[in-house]
Design a protein around this ligand. Sequence first.
Ligand SMILES: [Fe+2]
Length: 457
Amino acid sequence: MNLFRNNRNYTNHSAFYHFRFPCHCSSMALTGSLLAIAFLFSFSGFLGFGISYDRPPPRNTLSVPLSDDLDESSPQQVHISLVGKDKMRISWITEDETPATVDYGVTKGAYNFSASGSVSSYTYLIVYTSGKIYDVVIGPLEPNTLYFYRCGSNSQREFSFRTPPVELPIEFAVVGDLGQTEWTKSTLEHIAGSTFDVMLLPGDLSYADFYQPLWDSFGRLVEPLASQRPWMVTQGNHEIEKIPVFHSQSFTSYNARWHMPFEESGSDSNLYYSFEVAGVHVIMLGSYTDFETDSAQYKWLQADLAKVDRNRTPWIVVLIHAPWYNSNTAHQGEYESDGMKKSMEGLLYGARVDVVFAGHVHAYERFARVYSDKADNCGPIHITIGDGGNREGLASKYIDPKPEISLFREASFGHGRFKVVNTSHALWEWHRNDDVQSIVADTVWLRSHVSDPACEV
Ligand SMILES: [Fe+2]
């Protein structure tokens, strides 16, 4: 994949509260006072940064403007996500309203199928109004097939994606805490450099942090990848964007822009859902919504796990944002980690979940199979992969000595590959961003619980 096609210009700015509003956004200038409030909240512990620690200098933040050859009716920020067993949601944004239709087919330039959907927009802090946000579900689609498509009948831009396979093997790219910096660009280039079927993102996407035009910039930054493979995401603390008195609703932008298939999995919230692809049941949990044992999310998780058919999906993978196991000094003692673990770890253990991916800590760490803080062969492997490259830099301090259950830990940017080969085996690789190189720095073969008679799945 050519990640940075369309001759995009990348401009750097040193602070996220840069005051230039791109001309394609129907936004008015934020007042200095509102921005100061947002800034204050973002660094006051409001986002869950209870523990202070030193991070190495981050790389420059990117701002991705609309390409000069596009206009107000051009589709931008295109991304796709899985819906059910054979459908795909196509999401995009325009400045001016255009038809909410997607034309698609298996031949370049020839679109034998068409589907219609909805259009919406949102306001934030009164002064920002988003572009028109489109949501169109297409299908049924053939598995492992290249499709070409165009959005809103606009023939300026043709996109393509490949559907995932219907059976194993399948390959996931996994990365959290992406943001939009030179490090993010490096990570995305490494992800684009080889084949994969589905992207899994355990929260913290744009790091817009209240400054809504950065959501648009992020959408344009990831479009080359996210328009070609489904991006399945869950939310992190940077998606909350609630400001008491000024904006009382949480997740406004995230929910408007990143509609995940929660309805299809019986969930009542875009903040937690599940889906099946090939032989893998993937559960996306919400670290920043209620998770106690009497919560809707807990009851939904209980019901969802009870419905899993291990003959159809021998692997169960769970994504959260705040890690339940973490030997980095960053983000210790947060309720979203410890409280959620206390509430839900027993459910995951009882269901014999194979792997739990988390973000939040800006580093990489792989644990042994664990349950209740001890090594346990029937527990999941916990992996922190919050090293996508955001503007906050790395979390480089670790608790000493290293806990025995922590098998590999390193504060470097990178991403993961989860290659589920068959019913019994999967290969996990952690790719470190070694400047321009992508280096496989940690690799391990995983065995599924269904293939281990001792775990009584
Ligand atoms: Fe986070």
